[in-house]
Design a binder for this molecule. Structure first.
Ligand code: 5RP
Length: 223
């Protein structure tokens, strides 16, 4: 099976977790896109969705799924999103699509985080994937200096010769070369640096369920 077929399989499996008549949280990225396309097929089951990015909001609307402002939503039972890496205890690196802050915010309001990913995202130790950190633009150099002391190599994310700007008007620094043995501690440490908006470590609030696509079928891990 191709990686896209594995992503599609987990997106389909995630539909079983969608509650009837409720609002759900929806993540960002290629796996989340497959999920949105599946959700489009059963769109009358949900009242609407809260999007973790402008791209996700556009895709939800293109399927006729109402997109709600998080400020108008008190609670959600599920948040469904992909990950760049996930451990067997549900800690994740996210933010490959630069949507980490909104993803963390929407996930924080949901009772359950359902992670959907192809099996290659399951790792023993987080850090082979560069750790994304959203940063206020004026603090970029100051934050990069502090990040260096943590042992990794900070790299400003650039596309087409320009810094990638997030939906929040911030930049992304990717921290390369880490071996993250205590993700919760590092999450707190990086979030504590002045100028950091959010680090893409989801450990203090990790996944509750992971649906992982493998050649043998979709594997479910509960944490
Ligand atoms: C976006 C994310 C994505 O969930 C993560 O990058 C995984 O993406 P994909 O499903 O395309 O592999 O965190 O900010």
């Amino acid at each position: 099976m191709t990686q896209d077929e594995l992503k599609q399989a987990v997106a389909r499996a995630a539909i079983d977790y969608v509650p009837t008549g409720e609002i759900i949280g929806v993540g960002t990225g290629s796996t989340a896109n497959f999920f949105i396309d599946e959700l489009g097929k059963i769109k009358d089951r949900v009242k609407g969705a809260v999007a973790s990015s402008e791209a996700t909001a556009d895709r939800l609307r293109s399927h006729g799924i109402p997109v709600l402002d998080l400020n108008d939503v008190d609670a959600m039972s599920i948040y469904i999103d992909g990950a760049d890496e996930i451990t067997a205890s549900g800690a994740m690196i996210k933010g490959g699509g630069a949507a980490l802050t909104r993803e963390k915010i929407v996930a924080s309001v949901a009772k359950q985080f359902i992670c959907i990913a192809d099996g290659s995202k399951l790792v023993d130790v987080l850090g082979a994937f560069p750790l994304p950190i959203e940063v206020i633009p004026m603090a970029q150099a100051a934050v990069a200096r502090k990040l260096k002391t943590l042992g990794g190599e900070p790299r400003l994310r650039v596309k087409d010769g320009k810094p990638v700007m997030t939906d929040n008007g911030c930049v992304i620094i990717d921290l390369v070369g880490l071996r993250i043995t205590d993700p919760s501690k590092l999450e707190a440490e990086i979030n504590n640096i002045v100028g950091v908006v959010t680090v893409g470590l989801f450990a203090q609030r990790g996944a509750d369920v992971a649906l992982l696509g493998t050649a043998e079928g979709v594997k479910t891990l509960s944490f």
